[in-house]
Design a protein around this ligand. Structure first.
Ligand SMILES: Cc1cc2nc3c(=O)[nH]c(=O)nc-3n(C[C@H](O)[C@H](O)[C@H](O)COP(=O)(O)OP(=O)(O)OC[C@H]3O[C@@H](n4cnc5c(N)ncnc54)[C@H](O)[C@@H]3O)c2cc1C
Length: 633
């Protein structure tokens, strides 16, 4: 029989509350599932905390972080960066005539377009009132689509940032200017007043975001568009009329109703369904008093209670949410009783390089990032190596045996303080959890058992689109979840449904503005393509995303994202120069607007100010009535 090593996950803990943990450790359960007893070894972490006050951080949470020295080899990487930049400059110059021709052609092509129907004649259903749902709804209204219903499963706006999903300490990891609604910057000031400099640079806490979302809805007068506690369980589509209906389950009234007809159903879900691995033996662990959570369950109260009860905690995962929770634990109590377990480290951007102080040096640094994202299109490994070498990218684990995987970048940013703690004070352990035993987590390497009271999985989220049933022409229809979407947004086999999960023209909620513009263009301006034509064109796209595979959690994020943007440019949806300007705004000057798509022609006079709304079909609610309301703050 294979032997199993049992490894306690903590340092010896002299605190009085140890007794409760001790009983778990010293009980007859000191054996693996097979009942075999093994002596306990000493506590082990791959990087024992090196900071002298590591375990005392709770009493001194703002202790200074030592300044690191610049490595001698960094200038070499910068020289490489500058040389590559020169080569790219020459290539752009050579391509300039072609790019100018493309620009002229696009301008000419779009100037010949006109509306076939007024936007005010559309009925649109939006699924999800996260920040994208809010932006999509607000932008539709600005562009003349007034009949929008935004259905939300939860009792309030917010999505990822809703209090029932936000883990302890969750903040946006970019400054607020990159996570604001288009034309409505984050501020606590009354609408119309400018944000303070501090607010512009601030990484906003989830509760403040929630308040900001409501302020946006009130400012846009769209409160009455939201229908809460309402889960869309089914979308049906009639391919003759090209209209759809949605079935809504209201968790308060426990009744299902049907509403429609809609010209478009826009799914905005992104990261609200926890993705937790189903490891064998979890029930044994739970039956023995163990606790298992997904990161989204670990709110302030739970974290405080785990800390006060001195529980042995394993945080599983390598991405941003694991970093955030590890930081919360370390900041609150030092690194005692915590193990951070991951298979391989993720790459992060250094926050201060990406969001620099707009000095000449900072701008040059931002420019380098832009160039290297583009290089990532063809040479992701080279791109990341140089970005790491030049000090733009970073990872928390730098031992010689570490295998770096440059595909595991999910757009995380960390500041110097966070990086220091994660690298020097967080008790890291590399390993692959393969199952539970009654007293902890079994990891693949050497078949060890990590003793724990609590296991927290920081293993990402799903969008939830796979939970929606679809019916086409009266018959059940299986959505092609693993096929590419037409222009990365419309389901070719079920064109009433579009998913903006991957339509990432930019970061933050602003991409919702591009979604609304695109859909109006698609429904009211361009000629409708057949399902077959859409399927063929979807297959030709460079981007790999599907309905199920969200951009955020895709391996090789940058390469795939640049491909997606390239697709949108090649399809004529975003002018290349506007995308370039957009990146220059973000990376060099530190502000952003949604990249201008310029898809919509000038609206005829008779349709301005809602003219043409009489062409809209009346929305009918079958079996039940819904009233829009905004939940109390
Ligand atoms: C921990 C974490 C931190 C992040 N930090 C950042 C950051 O700093 N900056 C950044 O740009 N991005 C960040 N992201 C990505 C982030 O999720 C998205 O940028 C953003 O929250 C997505 O918003 P959304 O509205 O598109 O989707 P979501 O926030 O996922 O909202 C979707 C909404 O749809 C609802 N819904 C889903 N299915 C249905 C249905 N069938 N019926 C009714 N309602 C439904 C859900 O309840 C939810 O409210 C982070 C993600 C996570 C998980």
């Amino acid at each position: 029989m294979q032997s199993t090593r049992v490894v306690p996950t903590t340092e010896d803990d002299p605190s009085p509350s140890k007794s409760s943990t001790k009983s778990l450790l010293d009980s007859p359960q000191q054996s693996d599932d097979s009942g075999k007893s093994e002596p306990r070894t000493d506590a082990r972490h791959d990087n024992p905390p090196s900071h002298p006050d590591g375990a005392l951080r709770a009493s001194n949470p703002l202790s200074p972080i030592p300044k690191g020295k610049m490595p001698w080899w960094r200038p070499i990487y910068w020289s490489v960066l500058l040389s590559i930049l020169q080569i790219i400059n020459l290539q752009v110059l050579a391509l300039l005539p072609l790019l100018l021709l493309a620009l002229l052609f696009r301008t000419f092509w779009f100037s010949s377009k006109s509306y076939s129907r007024p936007p005010s004649s559309l009925n649109v259903a939006v699924i999800g009132a996260g920040w994208t749902g809010l932006q999509v709804t607000g932008q539709f209204k600005d562009l003349g689509v007034d009949s929008v219903r935004c259905y939300e499963n939860m009792n309030d706006v917010g999505g990822t940032w809703h209090k029932s999903l936000a883990y302890s300490g969750l903040k946006i990891h970019t400054p607020s200017w990159m996570a604001s609604f288009a034309g409505f910057p984050y501020t606590k000031n009354p609408p119309g007043q400018k944000p303070t400099k501090l607010e512009i640079e601030q990484r906003v806490h989830n509760t403040d975001l929630q308040t900001y979302f409501k302020k946006y809805a009130t400012h846009k007068s769209i409160n009455d568009k939201f229908v809460f506690n309402s889960k869309i369980t089914q979308v049906s589509y009639d391919s003759k009329t090209k209209k759809g209906h949605v079935t809504i389950y209201n968790s308060k009234t426990k009744r299902a109703t049907e509403e429609g007809p809609f010209d478009a159903v826009v799914f905005t879900g992104y990261a609200t369904y926890p993705n937790k691995p189903d490891l064998p033996g979890e029930n044994d662990f739970l039956a023995n008093g163990g606790q298992v959570y997904h990161s989204c369950n670990v709110n302030d109260a739970l974290l405080a209670s785990l800390v006060s009860q001195n529980k042995k905690v394993i945080v599983v995962g390598a991405g941003k949410s694991s970093c955030d929770l590890v930081l919360q634990f370390v900041e609150q109590r030092g690194s005692r009783n915590l193990t951070w377990l991951f298979r391989r480290p993720y790459q992060f951007m250094r926050c201060e390089k990406f969001f620099h102080n707009r000095s000449v040096w900072g701008m040059l640094s931002g420019f380098m990032v832009m160039i290297f994202w583009m290089i990532a299109l063809l040479f992701p490994q080279l791109s990341w190596n140089v970005l790491r070498g030049s000090g733009h990218a970073w990872t928390y684990r730098n031992t010689k045996d570490t295998k770096h995987d440059y595909s595991t970048f999910h757009f995380g940013m960390l500041d110097p303080r966070q990086r220091y703690i994660l690298e020097h004070e967080a008790p890291q352990l590399v390993g692959n959890p393969v199952g539970f035993t009654n007293k902890g987590l079994r990891i693949e390497k050497d078949d060890e058992i990590l003793i724990a009271n609590v296991v927290i999985f920081c293993t990402g989220y799903r969008s939830g689109v796979d939970q929606i049933k679809t019916v086409k022409d009266g018959k059940p229809h299986e959505l092609e979840l693993d096929k590419k979407l037409f222009e990365h947004i419309i389901c070719p086999d079920f064109p009433i449904l579009s998913s903006c999960t991957n339509f990432s023209t930019t970061a933050g909620p602003m991409r919702g503005a591009s979604v609304s513009e695109y859909l109006i263009y698609h429904l009211c301006v361009r000629r409708q393509a057949s399902e077959e034509a859409m399927r063929v064109q979807a297959n030709r796209l460079f981007g790999q995303f599907t309905l199920r595979q969200s951009i955020l959690f895709a391996d090789g994020f940058f390469q795939k994202w640049i491909r997606l943007l390239l697709d949108l440019v090649l399809r004529g949806l975003i002018p290349w120069q506007h995308l370039l300007i957009h990146f220059i705004q973000i990376l060099l000057f530190g502000f952003t607007r949604p990249p201008t798509m310029n898809l919509l022609p000038r609206l005829p006079k008779k349709w301005r100010k809602g003219g043409g709304a009489e062409l809209r079909e009346e929305l009918v609610i079958k079996d039940g009535v819904y009233g829009g309301f905004m939940a109390e703050t």
